[in-house]
Design a protein around this ligand. Structure first.
Ligand code: HEC
Ligand SMILES: [Cu+2]
Length: 357
């Protein structure tokens, strides 16, 4: 038995043509439109035009690649020099320039803080007045260092000589009691006090930071720092004393002897110091005769002296520096007629005039 379709079991054997499925008419191929690429594409060989184009394009591509690499290299090189400074010191490294700019800003702001708060006692140029001189090179060299300035401004004037009645108040708002200046202003003051005198800075408006101009000439106002960066103390010089008053105290032990040797018959010229000023700003003495200078210091525990100069600025006489309240007499040798300015060396804004006639 077989499973051949159309084959009846036990029936007659059928011819193959008669089996199912029935034969179909031969299929006709449908004529169909095809999309074809142009012959140039299908051609295995490049046409001469195409070959030339390929050459041109790859040359262009190489150029573009080359230029891109050049641009990147130039950028890296320029940025390198911009960041780290051009060779031969042509330009400053960027960060260094930034630091310099910031330091200049600090000094210029510190100048304003100083003029507003400190100049009335220490002088506009740090030349001294009620407070000690600040612009002397031997003092700026190491005595007035950043740490010291910060301490003085935080603790107040008593930090300097241990004088609890010091005239200098606490300035930093971190002090006890707190002072009026914040940490930025203290930083700016430090930058200003330590600025070099070979650098010129611009006076700026406190708030707008615009340069200030001279109202008459229209020129921008400038200032320089105080510190000479090339200053070297003399060989064998002693460091600046911790307490500025010690600078003036040398030789004061001679005073009792000086007081004893005054001529009782000589004319007495009295100079009085009170509240860090001479109350006797004009005094007269006889010409050509020795006289007695009686110096009366009425300021308790504040040192003063009297330094007499001639018209040329040369010192002709100087008393000791001594703290008040005290009075000492000094014999002054005969002077020629003329006008002699006198001042206190501790407080340069204490001045007066001695007229010899
Ligand atoms: C009221 C006057 C006065 C004012 C204002 C003043 N000072 Fe002073 N300053 C003094 C006196 C006085 C001393 C000396 C301290 C002492 O020995 O008692 C002194 C001492 C100093 C010293 C130490 C000087 C040294 O030789 O060791 C520094 C630094 C100083 N002042 C900075 C400043 C600064 C900065 C300002 C402004 C914020 C300022 N002072 C404002 C009066 C003043
Ligand atoms: Cu004085």
């Amino acid at each position: 038995m077989t499973d051949t379709p159309g084959h009846e079991p036990g029936g007659p054997e059928l011819e193959p043509e008669q089996r199912l499925p029935a034969t179909r008419p031969p299929a006709e191929v449908a004529p169909v439109e095809r999309f074809t690429s142009p012959p140039s594409i299908r051609a295995v060989e490049l046409t001469p035009e195409r070959a030339a184009q390929v050459v041109r394009q790859s040359s262009n591509a190489r150029w573009i690649g080359f230029l891109a690499v050049v641009v990147v290299i130039l950028f890296v090189a320029l940025y390198w020099f911009y960041e780290l400074g051009a060779p031969l010191g042509l330009t400053e490294p960027r960060l260094q320039a930034e630091i310099t700019a910031q330091q200049i800003t600090m000094v210029e702001r510190g100048y304003n803080v100083y003029q507003a708060n400190c100049a009335r006692c220490h002088g506009k140029q740090g030349e001294g007045g009620i407070g000690p001189v600040l612009n002397k090179q031997d003092k700026l060299f190491s005595h007035l260092n950043e740490n010291y300035i910060r301490n003085v401004l935080t603790v107040g004037g008593r930090y300097v000589c241990g004088d609890p009645k010091s005239l200098m108040p606490v300035w930093a708002d971190t002090g006890k009691p707190p002072g009026p200046l914040n940490y930025r202003q203290i930083d700016e003051l430090v930058a200003f006090l330590l600025a070099n005198n070979d650098q010129t800075f611009i006076v700026r408006d406190e708030h707008l930071l615009d340069p200030k101009k001279d109202p008459i000439t229209g020129q921008v106002l400038t200032f320089t720092g105080w510190r000479d960066p090339n200053y070297k103390p003399d060989a064998g010089a002693t460091p600046y004393p911790d307490c500025w008053k010690s600078e003036f105290s040398s030789g004061s032990s001679a005073s009792p002897a000086a007081a004893a040797s005054t001529d009782p018959n000589a004319k007495v010229v009295t100079v009085t110091a009170q509240n860090i000023a001479f109350t006797t700003t004009t005094v007269t003495a006889p010409a050509g005769a020795a006289f007695t200078l009686s110096f009366d210091n009425e300021d308790a525990s504040i040192p003063h002296d009297v330094q007499i100069k001639d018209a040329s600025g040369a010192q002709v006489f100087k008393t000791d520096v001594f703290p008040g309240v005290a009075k000492r007499d000094y014999p002054v040798p005969a002077l020629k007629a003329g006008s002699y300015p006198f001042a206190c060396t501790v407080h340069p804004n204490m001045t007066g005039t001695l007229t010899v006639q």
